[in-house]
Design a protein around this ligand. Structure first.
Ligand code: PLP
Length: 382
């Protein structure tokens, strides 16, 4: 029996830290202690904390309208849809509240179009609803819930031969994260992405890119699939999109969208004016930040590679832009704790990967501070 220390269902492994405020790359606890935030609310606070443009837009919009429902139009949802369609070269948008719901909408389109199998990747993470759980490539998350609806074939990331074997005329679609996030920052090779595109095309299946964690500027590019030249049929977005307000977006090609006629899907909260206005603000700042994200990411990567030379516990450094992971050869949980004691917030994913998701506004000095704190952390541990 779990001991309940407060009234929360103890599902999340929470650190003994209460965050009361934040500014830029830092958060502050109830005792006023400052922490450099390389978790950014799991990639949500990508513009850092209390960004002046975000705060100003939020206050201004809260005075006008927070929620209208989708019985009506609101100006920001229409603008945001146009903008995201132009960015993804897709044709229409559906807004929901969370990542898992954005994935759910994508899966519903795939299944409505063809009742076939779905191909997904081992170590993938797509969310916690029954549908998105069904394509999540970790048995630990899936198995407690028994048989999940769609039939899914899981393939090892970057295993091109296995990918070819997974597709046939009954394949309805494939879902992939161009860089697996929860799975431990595993970038998919451009060749693997191109093969997925080609196989989906050959078999008349839809290709879904889950860019919830790796997309929207995180890698220094708008989308992580961009550099491979692959054009997905459906792109799924959420985490940083509305600067901390819940907002998911599913972008469809015309062909994919045809599978969801009026009434086939819906939401009460998704795409409200406040969340969509913040998303437009986010996109403006993100576009301006792309060159900086690439530079800051390169600097951080170089620093982490330096650490790898000095500390044998680091087996590999992976990632791109400001989505970086340290593959350890030991469990990572205790390092998360010692980093926190040194004033640095990181988290551990897939048991042995320390994940860094710092804000896009990370300065040169802050990037160095991350490297120095990690260095001290590994020195203390050895
Ligand atoms: C976080 C995440 C999700 C789920 O998003 P929620 O908002 O937690 O439902 C789905 N896919 C990826 C790649 C994610 O990182």
């Amino acid at each position: 029996m779990t001991t309940l220390t407060n009234c929360l269902l103890p599902l999340a492994g929470r650190a003994p830290l209460t965050i009361v405020s934040g500014a830029g790359s830092y958060v502050f606890d109830s005792a006023g202690r400052r922490y450099l935030d390389a978790t950014t609310g799991i990639g949500v606070n990508a513009l850092g904390h209390a960004h002046p443009r975000v705060t100003a837009a939020l206050i201004d919009q809260a005075r006008q309208s927070i929620h209208t429902s989708n019985l009506f139009h609101n100006p920001f949802q229409d603008q945001l849809a146009k903008r995201l369609c132009a960015m993804t070269r897709l044709d229409c948008a559906f807004f929901s509240s969370t990542g898992t719901e954005a994935v759910e909408a994508a899966l519903k389109a795939v299944r409505a179009r063809r009742r076939g199998r779905i191909v997904a990747l081992n170590r993938s993470f797509h969310g916690r609803t029954i549908g998105s759980l069904a394509v999540t490539g970790r048995a630990k998350y899936r198995e407690p819930f028994g048989q999940l609806t769609p039939e899914v074939i899981f393939v090892e990331p970057n295993d091109c031969a296995a990918l070819e074997r997974a597709f046939d005329g009954d394949t309805a679609g494939m879902i992939l994260e161009p860089i697996l996030g929860e799975g431990g920052i595993i970038p998919l090779d451009a060749d693997f992405l191109r093969l997925a595109r080609e196989l989906a095309m050959q078999h008349g299946a839809l290709l879904i890119a889950d860019e919830i964690q790796c997309g929207l500027g995180r890698t220094g590019f708008r989308f992580a699939y961009e550099e491979s030249g692959v054009q997905p049929d459906i792109v799924v977005l959420a985490k940083p999109l509305a600067c901390g307000l819940p907002l998911g977006a599913t972008l469809f090609s015309e062909e994919a969208a045809d599978a969801l006629p009026p009434g086939a899907h819906g939401t009460t909260f998704g795409g409200g004016p406040l969340a969509c206005r913040l998303a437009l603000e986010f996109l403006d700042v993100m576009e301006e930040s792309l060159p900086h994200i690439r530079r800051a990411g390169d600097q951080l990567l170089e620093g982490l590679r330096g650490l790898q030379q000095r500390h044998p516990a680091i087996a590999e450094v992976r990632g791109r832009g400001l989505l970086l992971g340290l593959q350890l050869d030991v469990a990572g949980a205790r390092f998360v704790e010692s980093a926190r004691e040194l004033g640095l917030l990181i988290n551990c994913t897939h048991e042995t990967v320390l994940r860094l998701l710092p804000p896009f506004t990370l300065s040169w000095g802050e990037a160095n501070q991350i490297v120095r704190a990690l260095d001290e952390m590994f020195v203390q541990a050895s």
